[in-house]
Design a protein around this ligand. Sequence first.
Ligand code: TPP
Ligand code: MG
Length: 283
Amino acid sequence: MEIPPAGPGRATWLKHKANWLRLSAMTMNHHAHLGHTGGDLSSADILAILFLGGILNIDPAQPRWPQRDRFILSKGHGAAAYYSTLAARGYFPVEQLRTYMDPLSMLNGHPDRNKLPGVEANTGPLGHGLPIAVGAALACRMRKESWRVFVLTGDGELQEGSNWEAAMTAQHYGLDNLTMIVDRNRIQQGDFTENTIRMEPLAERFRAFGFAVEEIDGHSSAALYNRLSHLPIEPGKPSCILANTIKGKGVSFAENQPAWHHGVPTSEQLALAAKELGVEVAW
Ligand SMILES: Cc1ncc(C[n+]2csc(CCOP(=O)(O)OP(=O)(O)O)c2C)c(N)n1
Ligand SMILES: [Mg+2]
């Protein structure tokens, strides 16, 4: 796929793509009368860089190519943004996004690897993506292959203990082919993370569990690109990127509002979002 050369042109192009993912996800949630808009909007820049910005070594024409990089959306409730990304990358026609959550659609409320090309793991129950990613990274090591594993988690999701068991395993095996990205939007279901179960000091916690950690602006395509194109952060250690984001990013009425975790836009809100994001969705 065509990616503009490095520079301000590429940053603008990626921002436009990410905003298209945002509006596409909101349109899907609107039609389905269900969805997780806030987390779709916070993750869009990360998904855009990985899939459309040339980070992942993948081939949509061969979704099961053995040497591909693996991406796992651990926060499976962010499916609408993820499906929009896979369609934009060419895994299936964008028109199929219209079928989101329809009976017999490939686009379930949460991703299903048996139905949709490009999906590596069935997720939705929180706390499973990192354990699966660790297993994949270890398998890669044992086979002496060179593909990499990327996993995107929520921040509230890290309250699931399974993540910390997986983190211990990743550091034990020195899995520097594993990169976890945390969508650190500071909101979970119902409230801010720090009011629910405090996550800080999150960077120090991951360091103590043997990860190389870096905090970046999760809405800056330059920061994301620079970090993700120079991995691992430290040889011999799994990488953890704490991507500081805003839940509901880009849409004034949804930004930083816990209620928009599950919020579904009305027709009027969708029109306002389109205006604010400066994109059109025509599928
Ligand atoms: C094991 C489990 N418990 C509860 C839920 C219901 N649930 C869906 S999303 C969510 C909140 C997730 O918050 P966070 O990880 O911060 O995601 P984001 O802010 O990126 O949407 C919850 C509790 C679930 N999917 N899985
Ligand atoms: Mg969150």
